[in-house]
Each structure stands twice: as C-alpha cells, then as structure tokens.
Design a protein around this ligand. Sequence first.
Ligand SMILES: Cc1cc2nc3c(=O)[nH]c(=O)nc-3n(C[C@H](O)[C@H](O)[C@H](O)COP(=O)(O)OP(=O)(O)OC[C@H]3O[C@@H](n4cnc5c(N)ncnc54)[C@H](O)[C@@H]3O)c2cc1C
Length: 429
Amino acid sequence: MDDGSFHVSYGWPLTPMRVCETVMKTLQPDILIVGAGIAGAAVAAGLRRRGYSVVHLEASTQPLDTARGDHLGPRVVETLAEWDILDAFFAAGAEKRLGAKWLTPEGDVIMHSSMDDLPIPHPYYVVLNHDLIAITALDLAINESNYDYTLFRPVAARDIATGADVHGGVSEVNITTPEGEAVCIKPRMTIACDGRSSKIRAACDFQIVHSYDYEKPFVVLFGPRGELQDPRNEINSYMSPNGSVGRIPRMGGQWKIGMAINKEDIGRWRATTSEERKALLGERAPALGEMETEVAGFYPVIRRETDRWTQGTTVLLGDACHTIHPARGQGMNFGIRCAARLFEFLPEPSEMTDSALVAKRLADYEAAVKPLTDAQLIENHERGLHMDSTGPERIRAEIPMLRAIAADPEVNFRYRMTMAGYPDRLDPT
Ligand SMILES: Cc1cc2nc3c(=O)[nH]c(=O)nc-3n(C[C@H](O)[C@H](O)[C@H](O)COP(=O)(O)OP(=O)(O)OC[C@H]3O[C@@H](n4cnc5c(N)ncnc54)[C@H](O)[C@@H]3O)c2cc1C
C-alpha cells in the first residue's frame, strides 16, 4: 500500500463524456469519501457491505503518524464489532485496555477507573497503533468481494465544484489518477474526512465558529517495546503541580508519555538526551524518573469547529468539522461514532439518485447528532483549557474532585459510563 502510487478498482465502467471543454472519463459513485485518515478509512470499511458504490481519494502515500491517538473507546468497539471490523483489529495486534488510574507524582493511587465491570457489550478499550487502525480498515474495504469500491491514492481533491442540483454540496471533483488519467467524479453524496485543513469544507463554504489555539503544545515520548508489564494495560495519569503526565500503553508492551509543555521548551526537549529526559520527567513525576524514552513528536493543539456539518449532499466528518484538544482522547473516537450515526440516516442505495432525499437525510443526521456532540466538544475544550493552565492551584482543585468521584459509587459509575461513550445509559438499574 505504501509503494508510492495506488489505484484499486472494483467494478464500474469509466464513461467518456465532455466536461469543461475536456474529454474526460466520468465516475458517478453513490458516495465519494475524501481522506483516508482514521475517519475516512473507518467509513470505507463500515460501508463495505451496504450496497453503495464508493470512490475514495487519499492525498498522501505515507502511513499515518503512529504517535497520534491509538485508544478506541468501548462505544466505538461496539460499532467496530457491528461492522465486523473488530476481529481484523485483533488480528493486526490490537490489545485490550481495562481502565485508567490517576496517581500522585510519587505513584499513590488517587482514583481508579475500571471498564471491565461496566454493564456494556465490550467493557474495554482497544489499543492499536494509529497507522494500523487506518491500514487495517482500508484493507478490509479493498479486499471485500462485491464492494463497488475504488481508492485513488495519492490523489488530492483540489478541483472541486459545488452546484444547485446537489443543494450546494459537492457536484464535481476533477482529478488526475496516479496513472495520469483525467477523471471527473460526480458524486451523489460526499463524505469529507479530509482533516483539519479540509478543502471540501472550504469549497462548500462551511464556517469555523469556534477557533482556539491552545497555549501549550503536546509532546509524545515512546518507551522501549516489551517493557510494560501490566495485564490490564491501564493508563497512568500522574497529577503533578508541574503539569500532569500520562503514561499510556501501546501495542506490544510499549508505552508512551503524553504531556503538555511550554512552547518555548520545544527546542530544549528536542535536543535532550535520554538522561536529560529522565530528569525532566522526574521533575513532573518522580515515579517516571527512571524511564528510557525517545521523542516521538510535538503537536501544536487547536480547536476548530464548524457552524454546520452538512451542505446539501455533502457531510463533514472527523477533524474536518471538529479538531479538538487531545486531553480526553476523543477526536478519532468522535469521528467513528458520528460515522455510525450517519449510516443510520443514509437512504437506500437505490434511492441515492434522489438528491433532495440525500440532502434531507443528511440534515436529519445533523439535527439528531450535532447538539449532543457539541455539548461534548464544549466539555473537551474546558478540559483542554484546564491542561493549558498548569500550576499548583489547578492540581489543588483537581485532586479532591477525583477523590470525590472515587468515593461515591453512583458518581463513579456515571463518570466511567460517560468515559466509555455511554452518557445515554447512566441508569445503573
Ligand atoms: C498527540 C495526539 C494524540 C491524540 N490522541 C487521541 C486519542 O487518544 N484518541 C482519539 O480519539 N483521538 C486522539 N487524537 C486525535 C485524533 O488523532 C484525530 O482526531 C483523528 O486522527 C482525526 O482523524 P481524521 O481522519 O478526521 O483526520 P486526519 O487524520 O487528519 O486524516 C485526514 C486525511 O485526509 C487526507 N487529505 C487531506 N486533504 C485531502 C484532499 N484534499 N484530498 C484527499 N485527501 C486529503 C490526509 O492526507 C489524511 O490522510 C490525538 C491527536 C493528537 C495530535
């Protein structure tokens, strides 16, 4: 898949027709997916047995950055099982994570949040490296027999037209395939999964209504593979007055450290030796002061949320409509959860030629799902602001709050169900 150029075609004929003075081949798929990050790859795999014809564009030949999100929450795991993807993730090396702990910098437990005793179908997180999530999902789409699926890679959607016939959505995308062939794509519906700088978002004139550049960037450090000896694979969050630090399991007994740092310290962190990183980590949490690490990446953190998610027959998904602070590990999870809801609203494949119906169903999806997600995005932003404001006062406020959640079984249950992605199932009876 990473051989530089990639074009898989299953199925329908390319029809010559005249577009904009040029003789081009035309594709008229039921659904055009733009972008094959986590959201786009999951959508491609999730649609593979639903009878739609699908064209998929991905601009890059590179695998996704492995240091980004790699924990899929229980609600998303339920979706993956329904889409018959979960077994492929385990075959690719995915592991279960059964909970999380909040600790003092010295390692004393403040709160333990377990998942495995919750009354839900899959009471665990799935841990799979970021790049493997997308590769595994795309492989399922590519290898599904009878799936009318074409992936063009590397091909960026750039020449994008919108039109009244699709109610202001994407009417045409003109591309040149890796083989040099000019193709005009006239989708009946478009799912834009093209990330934080979405071109589809710009073409359809969606507006960014919430924009915030967080003060502190994130650094991710990797530990050695095979070192983590925790059968529960739990996240350890050390609540340090110098800034909280997460020790997060990855596949294969590896772990990573994720934490917010000062912008002006990026150069210093970049130049550190392993011994210097031990000292810096030790300043935050003595319990981590002996850990060997390598620097995996630095991430400026932003919030960008759009006014709407849909325009006629076009819908935004994932970071294209909500780029968020990674404080709660929800960006990728939101993308897949929204895709699952979106599928509930899609017209049947035989109805996809009715653009008014497609537009109406997308509007219905937005009306049903966006308000709930917006509320969660506000909470996520508050959490992001919280992480931006390191200091003893913040920790003084946070530790008693965590202890209170730990002490009250009902509050604890509600907290864990919400973290698992089930804020709608809080009644313990
Ligand atoms: C440090 C860090 C840690 C994180 N941790 C977590 C976590 O634990 N849990 C979690 O849920 N989330 C986490 N996130 C957030 C998560 O990684 C993102 O929300 C998620 O990966 C976004 O996926 P996406 O598919 O919407 O966008 P992207 O991953 O940005 O994918 C967009 C894709 O579209 C392609 N593309 C762009 N433009 C075009 C075009 N014009 N034509 C064709 N293709 C195009 C790009 O090449 C790319 O492949 C984290 C983020 C960071 C930075």
